[in-house]
Design a protein around this ligand. Structure first.
Ligand SMILES: [Zn+2]
Ligand SMILES: [Zn+2]
Length: 396
């Protein structure tokens, strides 16, 4: 089999049409497993053939350290897919999570990529035991421990926490996993120094403040969570390696938490929406709105990408601002986005298009400042892109 044929060769329009025309219902699910895999390239090609035949669409990462899969497939093929997974020891009985809010249109094509790691975490894994992970908690236990005062930490990136998070959780400002875990470690160390200080003053001045003894009884339990649970595997192992013994993690992440809430009628301590990495961008967990429009400041948790293709910045934007700025992040992007498509194409030549959905506006004040300045300039000059003079078709 020619491996070059084992990939998608259709255009996005064809793919969308294919999905829209499909009669069968689809289920969106995700799973991962840290497991040693060998001959990953060959495995990739075999899986592609097998899964394509089952109508699987999605994004799958394979590496020597395991598998990380987000996919959709015809609901009728769920059983066959489970059987296919079970024929391989590495994937046998791997727990999967089914998306709650789901129209089955999450993925357009099947992509299976061989990667160095299944999650790009930037950590030096050789330095610690990645299998020494924290205790896995179900939704009910997670809620109970929150009520008992555990310290809840969001292990996702800043843009993922924007539109929803656990009540009172620590939300890292970093936009990547490594940054987040470093920030969390720093925060924990600072907390510890505080506690040690107080302890030294009020309890026993003889014990040095830096003593590690007794910490497990005073330090609050640490609860970690992320989207699907996978990042907490690494994060909890890392924190344990750093000396924090009382670390637990939300099993199956927010995705499975939402499922358990429904199944068991539990009250959600997660507020708002769950950020997801497919076309939907978000999955609603509760009706709480925890964020504001980055442009005007009114309460909103409508997350979107700037429609100007070379910008593509993630932002929280209310409906009114979406209209005002033509689905763009700024007047400058709006001006380009509203040009005839041919002119946009010429303008884009030589500019790189950010295709990722993973960069978000992180300085709201800066954005608003920029919008004000651009509006002024626009009134003054009639354009924010003088370079357009050279490419715009001359008005007749
Ligand atoms: Zn707004
Ligand atoms: Zn923009």
């Amino acid at each position: 089999m020619d491996p070059h044929r084992l990939r998608n060769l259709r255009s996005p329009e064809q793919l969308r049409a294919r999905l829209e025309g499909e009669r069968q219902r689809r289920t969106t699910l995700s799973f991962y497993r840290y497991v040693r895999l060998t001959d990953v390239e060959t495995l990739r090609h075999t899986l592609y053939q097998e899964w394509e035949a089952l109508g699987v669409l999605g994004r799958i990462y394979l590496s020597q350290e395991g598998i990380n899969a987000q996919l959709s497939l015809p609901t009728a093929n769920l059983e066959a897919f489970r059987a296919a997974l079970n024929t391989r020891e590495a994937f046998a009985e791997v727990p999967w999570k089914i998306a709650v809010e789901d129209d089955g249109k999450s993925f357009l094509k099947l992509i299976i990529k061989v990667k160095k790691k299944i999650v790009a975490d930037g950590l030096a894994d050789d330095a610690f035991d990645v299998t020494n992970v924290g205790a896995h908690l179900d939704a009910r236990t997670f809620n109970q421990k929150m009520e008992q005062g555990a310290l809840v930490i969001d292990m996702r990136n800043n843009y993922e926490c924007l539109i929803g998070h656990f009540e009172g959780a620590y939300l890292p400002k970093a936009d990547n996993f490594r940054g987040a875990i470093e920030e969390v470690t720093k925060m924990l160390r600072a907390k510890e120094a505080q506690t040690d200080d107080q302890g030294a003053r009020s309890v026993d001045p003889v014990i040095p403040a830096s003593s590690r003894e007794g910490r497990p009884t005073t330090a609050p339990e640490i609860l970690l969570y992320c989207t699907g649970g996978i990042r907490c595997e690494k994060a909890s192992a890392y924190l344990k390696h750093q000396g924090y013994t009382n670390v637990s993690q939300l099993h199956g992440g927010i995705i499975d938490y939402a499922r358990q809430l429904k199944a068991e009628g539990l009250k959600s301590k997660y507020l708002g929406q769950n950020f997801v990495f497919d076309e939907r961008l978000a999955e609603r967990i509760t009706d709480d709105v925890v964020s504001s429009c980055m442009q005007c400041g009114t309460k909103s948790d409508r997350i979107t990408n700037c429609h100007e293709a070379t910008c593509n910045m993630l932002l929280v934007q209310c409906e009114a601002c979406a209209t005002k700025y033509a689905d763009c992040c700024s007047p400058s992007c709006r001006e380009i986005h509203q040009l005839p498509i041919e002119v946009q194409r010429v303008w884009r030549k030589g500019r790189s298009t950010r295709s990722t959905k993973t960069k978000a506006v992180n300085d709201t004040d800066g954005l608003r400042q920029r919008i004000r300045e651009e509006e002024e300039l626009l009134t003054l000059n009639g354009t924010l892109h003088p370079e357009l003079m050279d490419i715009s078709p001359k008005p007749k």
